[in-house]
Design a protein around this ligand. Sequence first.
Ligand SMILES: Cc1cc2nc3c(=O)[nH]c(=O)nc-3n(C[C@H](O)[C@H](O)[C@H](O)COP(=O)(O)OP(=O)(O)OC[C@H]3O[C@@H](n4cnc5c(N)ncnc54)[C@H](O)[C@@H]3O)c2cc1C
Length: 542
Amino acid sequence: MVLLPEPGRHLPIVQRFDQGPSLLLLPDLFRETFADLDTSLEAEGVTLLKCEPNYKVHFDDGECFELSTDMTRMKREVEKWEGKDGFERYLGFLREGHRHYERSVTHVLKRNFPSIFSILRPSFLRASLGLHPFESMYSRASRYFRTDRLRRVFTFASMYMGMSPFKAAGTYSLLQYSELAEGIWYPKGGFHSIISALVRIGERKGVDYRLSTAVASVNLATLGSSHHRYATGVTLATGEIFSADVVVINADLVYAYNDLLPPSSLAQDLSKRSASCSSISFYWAMNGRIPQLTTHNIFLAGQYQASLDDVFEKQRVPTEPSFYVNVPSRIDSTAAPDGNDTLVVLVPVGHLPNPSQGSRGLDVLNGQDWDELVSSTREKILLTISARTGCSIHDLANNILHESINTPQTWKSTFNLDKGAILGLSHHFLNVLSFRPRTKHPVFRALFFVGASTHPGTGVPVCLAGSRITSEQVLKSCGMDIPWNKRAQSLEPKKWKTIEDVSDIDQPHVFQFLSSLHIGLLILLSISAFWVSLYSSNSGKL
Ligand SMILES: Cc1cc2nc3c(=O)[nH]c(=O)nc-3n(C[C@H](O)[C@H](O)[C@H](O)COP(=O)(O)OP(=O)(O)OC[C@H]3O[C@@H](n4cnc5c(N)ncnc54)[C@H](O)[C@@H]3O)c2cc1C
């Protein structure tokens, strides 16, 4: 979070940016984290604001598409581009996303994959049927939408996993599903309000935080006469030593293996693994408002696939970028003073080079004119926003009171993100589940990991789900009870009779078919038949 003083004064604070997250997705995972800590978002003073519409998507031909949780709005928007039957196909797309979401939350986000055999768990194998892990998001969306425009609209969110929709597994349509079914939220006061609440809860429970304190290395010792090594604490950049029974590393995992632990072949392998993208991010404190922008705005490149290939395949700054503009002040009045906007522009770009891949990647140090790359990207962004929203480029450019910028280089140097990859390791098949670096160090005891590059993966709610998994592993290793398990058992949800497949609904059910009216008629007919047969046998005797 960056807070800017009012120009010409030292206090008070007037414009606020989150440098990283702006979309709060999967809100239930936030609620569950607070419930695990015996409290709630509300009790801790965290207010979630619902963003409506979800996004305004701007195309290069000047057309727009508004994504919304409002069914009426979505029906109108989808039918406009896909025709009358388009809405039924949209519902089919949601149904598939729902399945991806529910199965992934239960079987991936809430389960650990501590060994290669975890992937063979029968419950996981059963659940993975129908997750479409070997088909791309774009190809799954193409089964539901005929127009390229809507295929783009329903796939760009793969970039939140740091992947191209042409490569990301179909499973990740769970992201769009979550946005459309549960909404996009924004924590009032910015994402920092959630972190502050977690810090307060920790302090109440006795946690002692040391902020702005860089760790230089993890300390290791050998266990007795064996060769087993275990973590004993950390050494700070100041030279101070902290002892600990257990060390949990939250810094970027690839950086930690390479910079905080002794050199190893595993550390080298990790830095060769495919990483997510980086970004050039602009943070603009505006004088005045840009009413043409909503809270979340997406500007898609005309050459969609080529632009994505530039980022994810060629590791470049794309010639024609697709980018995201967030206006926190549109949803949260505390982000800027009345009548002004705060803008965050995120342009996905390739990550810094990996030594093992020759010169691939944005090579900042070796001859690329980095200032030129940033300045030409800035110019393209301003021109695109102006051309597609109709706001004057003059007003836009001249009303930027203050600007901060993050680049792949600053993501690396300031936040220790390996290769400046903002979302950690990529999420292609060989980098997830049992193949993702483990939450426990494979060799050193009492050493654990949490965060974007370990299981289950990137994004704030996913990392929160991961923190539960790592905590459970730490508690078990110390022989301690898992406190939230008892609460979960007492709150076990009612077991509903499930309909395995929606098509079951259309099957005639024999007992439903035989309504009480039918049964009454059947009884009446049987009685009449009995009397008729009795009468006819008696009349025969006569
Ligand atoms: C530009 C951007 C936009 C994003 N947008 C979204 C979004 O809209 N929604 C969403 O859910 N997610 C978003 N994400 C992703 C999300 O922020 C990350 O996946 C998540 O924060 C990762 O959590 P983490 O705990 O792994 O790492 P971090 O949150 O990065 O925490 C790691 C911490 O370790 C510290 N650290 C590093 N090295 C050391 C050291 N040597 N000593 C001491 N401390 C150290 C760092 O300073 C940092 O505080 C975004 C990320 C970025 C960068």
